[in-house]
Write a protein of this length. Sequence first.
Length: 315
Amino acid sequence: MPARPHFLSHFPGKVRKGTGPSGRLPSMDQDDASKVAFRCNRVLEPLHSMVYFAPEAEQFYTEAGLRPGRMGYFASRSAPLGPVGPGTVAATFFNFNPELVARHIPRAWTLATPERVLEARLAAADAALRRLLGADAIDSAELAETANLARQAAEGCLPEGRPLYAALADLDWPEEPHLMLWHAASQLREFRGDGHIAALVAAGFNGLTAIVTHTATGKGFLEPIAKKLRGWSDEQWAGAIDHLREAGLLDADGELTEQGAALRAEVEAVTNRASAVPWSLLGAERCERLHELARGLSRAVVSAGAFPDGVFAGR
């Protein structure tokens, strides 16, 4: 069987703002890079997503003029896109109830500009990481090395078809290593997320059926938390379950059927393949080093209480 071709979308001479040397060629085949994409995402994700649970975030968002509660999340994550409307936010975030989004967007932009919100978000990430990691880790050579490697990976991403990633990639890089690391992890997370949404759409999911089936895998939010955070009512959730049962993806107990599990597994496989380019360009040795370093930092933020109990399955 012939080898799977290298990534045709990343060719020499492709240049965008903020990238390192152009013309790098993949150093791993797509299967290996897909596996690395999954592994590295797991250890970088906590370093990005801790900001969504940090008390510092609400402090800085309200000081910027936003209302307490969910407004800060929707405004801060969409702020790189500019003062967009609720339809754009719901579409790019994907699995939130559009009615929930519309309670906060576009009102947020009447209270604070996207630029002011971005300043507040970076300040929140700064304060939260300093608290969670401590001064020794913040000032360490290991964290600086992690930041440099993560930035190299992020600069291997391409913006086509990746709106949330592309908006983040247009922002200036922070100079401090811990903020550079957070910004790189955020870019890589949104790059993967944009590709994940494409995979879900191709598999026939909408926002609600996607979050219902992901919850059914036992690897995401607990069901009550998923409903609350994503803004879906019990009736809407139950309606999605009925639809998924009729489609043969859930059984009578609301568990994934064999067909449902296979479809979710294929979505994850497509997501990993779609996320593979930056990791192939970074190379196996640097990917392994980044994984080792980021795993230690992520364990530290989790151990320091970055995420509340009773939110995620298995935690």
